[in-house]
Write a protein of this length. Structure first.
Length: 168
């Protein structure tokens, strides 16, 4: 099934979206557009090409920072000694439950990291960061190249250099 990715707009049917996690459903239905208007997050949706108002999944991107000391030692030695460094945060990522098992989750994540990489031409970012909400999300992120950030058990990151190698 062909999909496309686009910025969330008024024309997308947010009310019908159900991923199975109420807080993620509610965010898309009531807060995502407001966050976009306030420039707090940039929400993007995945839609079916044949049904462009139907949201298959969504994610948000925001500017973020990481502490130099939270990065692996091998990375730290190659970076300037700034206490914080620019990053991009995937604040939320969810797919509608009716698309479960169809490979849409990885497609959403790949689009998010590729979009973040593309944006580094205009706004510097060393890595993409995400917070895994549970063990399944952590496994998903780790299976897609993310590593734990610092001493966190849920915050993960993937360097832009790695993204550039994975998705040239």
């Amino acid at each position: 099934m062909p999909y496309r990715f686009e910025a969330l707009s008024r024309g997308h049917d947010r009310a019908s979206f159900r991923c199975g996690i109420p807080v993620l459903d509610l965010y898309l239905q009531t807060l995502a557009r407001k966050d976009a208007e306030r420039r707090l997050a940039a929400p993007f949706v995945m839609v079916e090409a044949a049904a462009p108002t139907c949201i298959v999944g969504y994610y948000t991107l925001s500017a973020f920072t990481v502490e130099l000391t939270d990065l692996p030692a091998a990375m730290q030695t190659k970076l300037p000694r700034y206490p914080t460094l620019p990053a991009t945060l995937i604040g939320r990522l969810a797919r509608d439950a009716k698309y479960r098992g169809q490979g849409t989750g990885p497609l959403l994540l790949i689009d998010a990291v590729k979009r973040a990489l593309t944006q580094t031409a205009q706004i510097a970012s060393l890595a993409v960061v995400a917070d895994a909400k549970d063990a399944a999300a952590l496994r998903f992120d780790r299976n897609h190249g993310f590593a734990l950030l610092g001493n966190s058990t849920k915050r993960v990151f993937i360097p832009m250099a790695t993204i550039a190698q994975l998705y040239p």
